[in-house]
Design a protein around this ligand. Structure first.
Ligand SMILES: Cc1cc2nc3c(=O)[nH]c(=O)nc-3n(C[C@H](O)[C@H](O)[C@H](O)COP(=O)(O)OP(=O)(O)OC[C@H]3O[C@@H](n4cnc5c(N)ncnc54)[C@H](O)[C@@H]3O)c2cc1C
Length: 401
């Protein structure tokens, strides 16, 4: 453990102003580290869809910046119940959420863009550099120099790749090729709307033939729809209007209000993409470069843990840099604390993605052992308590990487 209060790294370059990069910058700057975020986008436009923040993610954000969970709750929607329906709109069952009562934080649904805005507002504007696409880096024993497509460079003691599932930093550092298509395409959007289709404080999951639709309240009068379908073809449409036509065609047999919702959405706001993950890595940190969030452990969204485990990474990386005596030891401990946990969640998320599209019975028949295993796993994921050694407790099974 450290004896002096001088940071073991003074300057850090973070690639990507997604939830992971921004949360990490907040955590590092709090320790007096000069962390700068470089983002390829030209501006923070209202993009993305609704995401579900869960107890482990919210607790990490609150540990990074006390009061953050409260701020997010004011903007998003605290979910009270989840209703499962058929694609014709018949209710199969409604379940009250127990997260708040059981784990002390709710399931919070929020627009990805609002999450990004709220995190960015915690940083001095001059440390966020938009219009900087990372194209490469080189490191030596003294520093790491990152290169951007606008001809600029940034020199630092540490480089963190938080640049998402198609990470350029990972490509250079690991070179493990393209992400793996898990077999379903997704279309997502946020639309200014609030009506009887989706009651307040509720999430609706609708299941059809090899397809699902989620409806989320994301706060401030907005609703998000997320449509996914098992499809062998993962190619993207050639324009926004083609993507809109495609989702309308793929969901042509669905109940009218769902198609109306898609029809009413501006084509430019519909985010089309293949659902991808990657196989877990043995190592994330090499010399002065490490990975975080989707760049390190992209996962299928079935467990809703992508952003939540990303906030765990941000918390843990900052803790390691704060507590260990040198950079090498800090990064080795960061890898050690994060890789097994996220590998297990990645693996379970990939399995869950396949189960998503199976038909659901009105009273779900699950055997007692698999139900117990599911509940144990959920407890282990949600019971991640920052500042408590219990968070480092391994899951009962190991993933062979
Ligand atoms: C359909 C779907 C539903 C989801 N639902 C949930 C959910 O309910 N709950 C949940 O926790 N997670 C969910 N996720 C996952 C979640 O969105 C991600 O895990 C999360 O956004 C990861 O954050 P990140 O910061 O690591 O990466 P990203 O959010 O991908 O951000 C990466 C950033 O890096 C920037 N960037 C990329 N390349 C470069 C470059 N070369 N140079 C500079 N900048 C670059 C990008 O523009 C972006 O701003 C879902 C994902 C999908 C696909």
């Amino acid at each position: 453990m450290r004896e002096t209060s001088k940071p073991i790294v003074e300057k850090v370059t973070i690639i990507g102003a997604g939830p992971g990069g921004l949360a990490t910058a907040i955590a590092l700057r709090k320790q007096g580290i000069d962390a700068h975020v470089y983002e390829k986008a030209r501006d923070f436009r209202p993009v993305g869809a609704g995401v579900g923040l869960q107890v482990n993610g919210l607790k990490c954000l609150d540990a990074i910046k006390p009061g953050m969970a409260f701020t997010l709750k004011r903007s998003g929607c605290q979910v009270q119940r989840v209703t499962l329906k058929t694609s014709a709109g018949e209710t199969i069952r409604t379940t009250e959420t127990t997260m708040m009562a059981k784990y002390g934080q709710p399931l919070l649904t929020i627009w990805w863009w609002r999450l990004q805005q709220i995190l960015a507002s915690e940083l001095p504007p001059e440390v966020i550099h938009l219009n900087h696409r990372c194209i490469g880096f080189e490191q030596n024993e003294n520093n790491v120099v990152t290169h951007f497509d606008n001809g600029k460079t940034a020199q630092a003691d540490l480089l963190i790749g938080a640049d998402g599932v198609n990470s350029r930093v990972r490509e250079i550092l690991i070179g493990d090729g393209e992400p793996r298509y898990v077999g379903s395409m997704s279309w997502r959007a946020v639309i200014a709307r609030q009506d009887e289709l989706l009651p307040p404080d509720e999430v609706i999951l609708m299941k059809g033939e090899k397809s699902i639709v989620y409806l989320l309240n994301v706060g401030e009068g907005n609703m998000s729809w997320l449509a996914r379908k098992l499809l062998p073809d993962s190619s993207l449409s050639s324009s926004a209007s083609d993507a809109k036509s495609r989702v309308l065609q793929e969901f042509a047999n669905w109940m009218e209000p769902i198609r109306e919702l898609m029809e009413a959405t501006d084509a430019e706001r519909i985010l089309e993409g293949p659902i991808c993950d990657r196989l877990p890595l043995k190592q994330w940190s090499y010399g002065r470069v490490t990975l975080l969030g989707d760049a390190a452990h992209p996962m299928a969204p079935s467990a809703g843990q992508g952003a939540n485990t990303t906030f765990e990474d941000a918390y843990e990386l900052a803790e390691c840099l704060r507590n260990f005596p040198d950079r090498q030891t800090a990064l080795a401990n960061y890898d050690n604390r994060r890789i097994q946990r996220t590998a297990i969640i990645q693996t379970r998320s990939a399995e869950g993605e396949k189960r998503y599209y199976q038909p659901t019975q009105p009273t779900q028949q699950t055997n007692q052992q698999s139900q117990q295993n599911f509940e144990d796993f959920r407890d282990w994921v949600y019971d991640y308590q920052p500042n408590s050694e219990s968070r480092l407790k391994p899951w009962k099974e190991k993933v062979v990487i």
